[in-house]
Design a protein around this ligand. Structure first.
Ligand code: ADP
Length: 193
């Protein structure tokens, strides 16, 4: 198994690159944002509760997303490996993920962190808001709130995995193909090791 966290602020290109990495490496894509939007679309209680937080650019509670990921791991016993996108987003989520994997005799192999300037992030997200139907991409205040949440809580995830030497910073600006090749290079090097 090869388990990878694709890491970076909102708008850094995790979704785009996940699609391509999934196709090349046969990994199972687990995006907590997608799982939450699925709950919202199905109007579940969980979805209704998550929506108001998401629309303010705030994180949903740790236990909610940890529960979703735990279920997803159980539902995919035959996966080649997992690509975690948008999770973990807090230190507590990182610790919980490590434990969930350890219980399955697995671990995170690498954290690939996409590096993009804040100015570029806001530009991309506002642009995505024109077509994405995502209510959290339309308003610049909500976008800034999501980036602030990232700095306040999510940067701790990188610190957590840095202590195990698992974090690699990858330039997140350039063409989609260029970024994909940089990410693939890092994965290939580790798979060969
Ligand atoms: P983006 O990275 O572009 O902000 P996501 O689709 O990953 O988009 O997440 C959208 C929203 O869903 C977040 O702003 C947050 O409210 C919620 N969310 C997604 N993943 C998590 C998580 N791991 N922990 C807490 N909240 C989450």
């Amino acid at each position: 198994m090869f388990n990878l966290i694709l890491f970076g602020p909102p708008g850094s290109g995790k979704g785009t690159q996940s699609e391509k990495l999934m196709a090349r490496y046969g990994l199972k894509h687990l995006s907590t944002g997608d799982l939450l939007r699925h709950e919202i679309a199905n109007q579940t209680i969980l979805g209704l509760e998550a929506k108001s937080l998401m629309d303010q650019g705030q994180l949903v509670p740790d236990e909610v997303v940890i529960g979703m990921i735990s279920t997803a791991l159980d539902n995919n016993p035959l996966a080649n490996g997992f690509l975690f996108d948008g999770f973990p987003r807090t230190k507590a989520q990182s610790v919980a993920l490590d434990k969930l994997l350890e219980d399955r005799n697995e671990a995170i192999n690498v954290v690939l962190a996409l590096d993009v300037t804040e100015q570029e992030l806001v530009k991309r997200l506002l642009n995505r808001g024109l077509t994405s139907n995502r209510s959290d991409d339309v308003n610049e205040d909500v976008i800034r709130a999501r980036i602030a949440e990232y700095h306040k809580k999510t940067s701790a995830v990188a610190e957590h995995y840095q202590q195990f030497g698992k974090v690699v910073l990858v330039p997140g600006e350039g063409t989609v193909e260029e970024i994909f090749e940089s990410l693939s290079g890092e994965i290939d090097r580790r798979k060969a090791a």
